[in-house]
Design a protein around this ligand. Structure first.
Ligand SMILES: [Zn+2]
Ligand SMILES: [Zn+2]
Length: 362
């Protein structure tokens, strides 16, 4: 396909919809931005106007300021942008996450944003959208990435928590504050009462409130500064963002075991370098079979691959007879300013094997 006829192009500011004159998840300030979800490497400061799903809009205001101009839409609602029909469809990644469907003169493009195909109780499940051209993420685009069922991983986490409680130490779980933490809370609650209270870091608590306001059911949690008595702390599960590892905040706990929850925990080297007692493989991105299933379900004959392990997926799709190519974007999760308070964990990202991969919400 000739570049000039592409509905979406890569420009220095980001992914640009030419006839609609707007950007999707731009990495530089622009006049009009359509946002797939509220993670830091997709939703940045400084745009003139934002368009996002209603639940994302609430998270964007919490992260970027109450004064940003956001047009909130529902899944499937069509907005006309200079003749381009724009609609958002569930991506199953985090609350409010969306694939962006663009229709113009009979051609349909879909920009996936980040997605996962396994359902969870904290966000609307991924829905395949038929299109001619599919721009897909590929954070975990290697055949070695095959996730176990989330329910099995959650059962392992609960058993680890119970073992620590019996030994008289707290259980600290490092997880991205937006999305992963809430998925863990809801998933563990579904297994029944644990051996002790659930304590959350302030960064997790702030996102929890947005989820609760959106109608997501989460179990009761407490704040560390809320006067949790030492005996209860020794049986507690503590949810904190990865940036809290080794921080003064954790010293208040006394004895604890810690674990990281991320797709990257599949890599033994990353687990070892993180210096945690345990690693649990649970990702908010599609694994290799999930990526292939989503691409097949889109019906697209033209696939553009970005955000992660691009080359292996492009090669594989080409071998299957699809028109596939790499798309150079900057969804690399290496924006330092937002890394500490949201989903991006730079140290994990740089620990991952070549080619360099993004670490957002993994
Ligand atoms: Zn991302
Ligand atoms: Zn994300």
């Amino acid at each position: 396909m000739e570049v000039g006829r592409d509905l979406v192009q890569v420009r220095p500011e980001g992914l640009y919809c030419v006839p609609g004159d707007f950007y999707i998840d731009p990495w530089r300030p622009v006049a009009r931005a359509v946002i797939t979800h509220a993670h830091a490497d997709h939703a940045r400061r400084g745009h003139g106007a934002y368009l996002a799903h209603g639940a994302s809009a609430a998270l964007l205001r919490a992260r970027l300021g109450a004064d940003i101009a956001v047009q909130a839409v529902r899944y499937g609602e069509v907005v006309d942008c200079q003749g381009v029909r724009v609609s958002l469809h569930p991506a199953g990644h985090v609350l409010g996450s969306a694939q962006i469907r663009l229709e113009h003169r009979g051609k349909v493009w879909v920009v996936s944003g980040d997605y996962k195909v396994e359902g969870d109780a904290t966000c609307t499940p991924f829905e395949p959208v038929r299109c001619h051209t599919f721009i897909t993420e590929s954070t975990f685009g290697l055949p070695l990435y095959r996730w176990r069922r989330a329910a099995d991983v959650l059962a392992d986490i609960r058993a680890w928590w119970c073992g620590n409680a019996e030994a008289g130490r707290a259980s600290v779980l490092y997880a991205y504050a937006l999305g992963k933490a809430q998925r863990l809370l809801a998933g563990l609650a579904a297994l029944g009462d644990g051996p002790g209270p659930i304590v959350v870091h302030g960064a997790v608590d702030a996102v929890n409130r947005a989820y609760l306001e959106a109608g997501v059911t989460l179990p009761p949690t407490r704040r560390l500064d809320g006067g949790v008595e030492p005996a209860a702390l020794r049986r507690a599960l503590v949810l904190a963002p990865p940036a809290a590892q080794g921080s003064r905040w954790l010293r208040r706990l006394g004895a604890y075991a810690d674990a990281m929850v991320s797709g990257w925990m599949q890599l033994r080297g990353v687990r070892r370098r993180r210096g945690v007692d345990a690693g649990f493989v649970l990702s908010d991105h599609a694994d290799w079979p999930g990526l292939l299933a989503a691409i097949a379900a889109s019906g697209a004959s033209d696939v553009r691959v970005t955000h992660g392990q691009v080359a292996p997926l492009v090669r594989y799709l080409s071998e299957q007879g699809l028109q596939a190519q790499a798309l150079a974007t900057r969804f690399d999760g290496e924006e330092g300013a937002d890394a500490a308070d949201s989903d991006v964990d730079v140290s994990v990202a740089v620990d991952a094997p070549a080619p360099p991969v993004g670490g957002d919400g993994a």
